[in-house]
Write a protein of this length. Structure first.
Length: 121
C-alpha cells in the first residue's frame, strides 16, 4: 500500500536521493582525507550548498505530502480503522513521516552550515 500512493513513492524516491547524495559526500570526504586535499574551493562548496538545498527542498516536499496523506487516511477518512482495513500499517506510515521530517531538519541544518562555509571561503 505504501508504494502505491504517489506521495509515499515520492518520499521513498526523495530519501533514496538523499541517501545517494550523502553517501557521495561521505566518499568524497574520505577521499579528501586520505589524499590530504582541501575541499574548500568556492566552486566546490557552491555545488555542495546547491545540492544540500535541492535535497532539503525535495525532502520537505515529500514529508509534507506524505503527512497530508496520513492525515487524510487516519483522521479524516478513518480508513485505517475501517472494517477490513485493519492490516493497513498506519502507525508505520506515521513513523516514516516523522523520520522524514527529522531527516529534513538535519539536511536543512547541513545546508545552513554549508552556506556559512561558502560565505567564509
Amino acid at each position: 500500500m505504501c508504494a502505491t500512493v504517489l506521495q509515499f513513492s515520492y518520499l521513498i524516491a526523495s530519501m533514496g536521493l538523499q541517501m545517494l547524495w550523502s553517501f557521495g559526500l561521505a566518499c568524497l570526504d574520505g577521499y579528501a582525507l586520505r589524499r590530504k586535499r582541501d575541499l574548500q574551493n568556492p566552486v566546490l562548496v557552491s555545488l555542495f550548498v546547491v545540492g544540500d538545498w535541492v535535497t532539503a527542498m525535495l525532502s520537505l516536499a515529500a514529508a509534507c505530502s506524505s503527512a497530508g496523506v496520513i492525515v487524510l487516511y487516519a483522521k479524516d477518512l478513518k480508513f485505517c480503522k475501517a472494517q477490513g482495513h485493519d492490516h493497513l500499517p498506519c502507525n508505520m506510515f506515521e513513523i516514516s513521516v516523522v523520520f522524514a521530517f527529522i531527516t529534513w531538519v538535519l539536511i536543512a541544518t547541513s545546508s545552513h552550515v554549508m552556506f556559512w562555509i561558502l560565505a567564509s571561503v
